[in-house]
Design a protein around this ligand. Structure first.
Ligand SMILES: *Cc1c(COP(=O)(O)O)cnc(C)c1O
Length: 585
């Protein structure tokens, strides 16, 4: 998920904050208030997947959108043209998520009020200038502003949105006469006790292009979330699968591997990542593969040093490095990962070690300040780590750490040193993912669900070189309908023992009910993330992964094939597609 880049300035709190009383929005506002809120963008919101009806955030969005538009208009009038007749041809704003969609109403205001254009001209220019990228299917992350707040802060923009909406709904009633239910569904204003402005719908109505960020995500947008709009304007909708830059995520972060690749196939891959496909010829070359393995080993030593420095836990590089680093969120299912760790701990404790190999599990990521369950999952990971790592009967086969302060600089060390990349979101919830691409590019194998860009990674590298598990998005509605986690737990001896360890306080001896909220979500028939549903196939696929790892030569071959197939996931390819299809550069 992406959007406004987030930076979070810590300040000395004058008195301690009661976290229970805070959600992320209150936290940011409280910190800003302490600094007298003199700088509107001093504190940006750290939450990446939930909307907050918070005035400070709306002020920030308006400030940034309006400043950008006014700057572009000034430059345009000074250097390009004296009127707006070629504005749409010369400019395109790619709205990165719903956060800047206010720009649609603000450009209308500037054209109408400041530059005195008639409505129809202003609207034609706006619609031809704006393009919207959607980054999530989670409904709670689609921004909606309370109408009352919006009207108090931005009365003129609300007038303009009402006018856009009136004209839009007239179009809908022309196309589907009498279908008032459809008008209600598609309206830019959501009715109810607290009426809301739907920013994603403003993004669709006010732009000429709407895209998702991976093939599955873009398909689900037109089949589910934006189905009504797709029926009206099918030509607006398109896909742009995300990518990552090979300069940072291969050349810079993994110079030894980059050099090894260049020695084999030349340096053309740095500007055309598709050339990595030529590495396939080297996958069976013993000398090339041995050197590949040695480079991965050295990178694991470097990662182990980072782990030791920040957690005082010593990771032996002669083990599988199993890594999940990303924002902590229930849909990303760090919980499923730690349940697998508990399962392995239970197996090893019982002496059931046949087919196991030494494994080191690293989990890292930040949680939004007010996200209670995310914080509690971090606590669980830390407590499981304390038990597992201090048990000498277990720790040679299994260690686990929670890495604090996960950030891009940490990722630059983590990516090259990873063997197995965990991409285990509930199917249909991860729009794309980009961590999955960084890992693949650096020769990690993926264990993942059929979700987001994982699907395209699987297609590129082939099923033999990817560990696929879990329900598919098509399977989920039927399963949800009759979902009974308690029955699944009862029927699965391994899962029963994991739940037993969680419920008897084995990982919280002095606070026996600490993990009750986690147990409750797993056992809840309405668990949106369906953790219990995928436990069995996850554990089985993890076993297949560790068995594969036993055959070192075969693993190294798969590692090379993953890098070789990662060419599609360069951001150069993504940007070229935006430039050609949307910006028409
Ligand atoms: C790549 C990256 C992400 C995105 O990771 P996902 O697994 O796609 O969620 C988040 N944070 C940092 C620091 C990253 O480098």
């Amino acid at each position: 998920m992406a959007g406004l880049s987030i930076s979070f300035h810590r300040t000395k709190a004058e008195k301690s904050l009661n976290l229970n009383e805070f959600n992320a929005g209150d936290y940011a506002e409280a910190v800003a208030a302490k600094n007298l809120a003199e700088q509107i963008t001093m504190v940006l919101y750290p939450n990446d997947a939930s909307e907050n009806g918070k005035e400070l955030r709306l002020r920030q969005q308006y400030f940034l959108a309006s400043a950008s538009l006014q700057d572009v208009i000034e430059q345009y009038l000074e250097h390009i043209d004296t009127d707006f007749s070629s504005f749409a041809e010369k400019n395109c704003f790619q709205l990165n998520d719903t956060h800047p969609t206010l720009a649609i109403a603000e450009l209308m205001r500037l054209l109408l009020d400041e530059h005195k254009l008639p409505w129809d001209d202003a609207w034609r220019i706006t619609q031809k200038t704006m393009a919207y990228t959607n980054h999530t299917l989670l409904p709670e992350a689609l921004e909606r502003w309370p109408l009352r707040l919006f009207g108090e802060l931005l009365p003129r923009l609300l007038d303009i949105i009402y006018e856009i909406n009136a004209r839009f709904l007239a179009l809908i009633s022309q196309r589907w006469p009498g279908d008032t239910e459809r008008q209600r569904r598609m309206s830019l204003i959501e009715e109810g006790p607290e009426p809301m402005v739907r920013m994603a719908y403003l993004g669709i109505v006010g732009s000429f292009s709407v895209n998702g960020v991976a093939a599955l995500h873009s398909r689900l947008l037109v089949e589910d979330l934006f189905k009504d709009f797709y029926e009206l304007w099918p030509e607006k909708f398109n896909n742009k699968t995300n990518g990552v830059t090979p300069r940072r995520w291969l050349s810079h972060c993994n110079p030894t591997l980059a050099q090894h690749i260049t020695q084999a196939i030349g340096s053309g891959w740095k500007k055309d990542l598709g050339e990595l496909a030529r590495l396939k010829e080297y996958a069976g070359d013993k000398a090339f593969a041995d050197e590949w393995h040695q480079i991965k080993y050295d990178n694991k030593v470097r990662l182990a040093q980072l782990v030791e420095d920040s957690t005082q836990t010593i990771f032996n590089p002669d083990s599988l490095f199993d890594v999940q680093v990303k924002r902590i969120h229930e849909y990303k299912r760090q919980l499923l990962n730690i349940m697998h760790v508990i399962h392995l701990y239970d197996r090893i404790s019982r002496g059931d070690v046949d087919g196991l190999e030494p494994r080191r599990v690293l989990i890292g990521g930040k949680a939004a300040p007010g996200y209670f369950l995310a914080k509690r999952i971090i606590k669980l990971i830390n407590n499981v780590a304390a038990v597992v790592n201090s048990d000498p009967a277990v720790s040679h086969l299994l260690q686990v750490v929670f890495l604090p302060n996960y950030c891009v600089s940490a990722m630059e060390i983590i990516t090259p040193g990873t063997d197995l990349s965990e991409q285990i979101s509930t199917a249909g919830k991860e729009a794309s993912g980009t961590g999955n691409m960084k890992f693949m590019m650096n020769g990690a194998l993926t264990i993942g669900t059929y979700d987001g860009a994982n699907i395209e990674i699987l297609e590129a590298v082939g099923a033999d070189n990817f560990f696929l598990f879990g329900l598919k998005v098509e399977d989920i509605p039927a399963h949800r309908f009759r979902y009974s986690p308690n029955n699944i737990i009862e029927a699965d001896a391994d899962l029963s023992r994991v739940m037993q360890l969680l419920e008897c306080g084995h990982f919280s001896l002095f606070e026996p009910s600490l993990f009750d909220p986690i147990v409750q979500t797993i056992r809840n028939p309405n668990d949106p993330w369906m953790v219990a549903a995928d436990f069995r196939s996850y554990v089985d696929e993890q076993q297949r992964a560790i068995s594969c790892y036993q055959d070192k030569a075969s693993w190294v071959r798969k590692s090379i094939l993953n890098t070789a197939a990662s060419g599609r996931f360069s951001s150069d390819r993504t940007i070229a597609e935006y430039a050609k299809d949307i910006w028409t550069l």
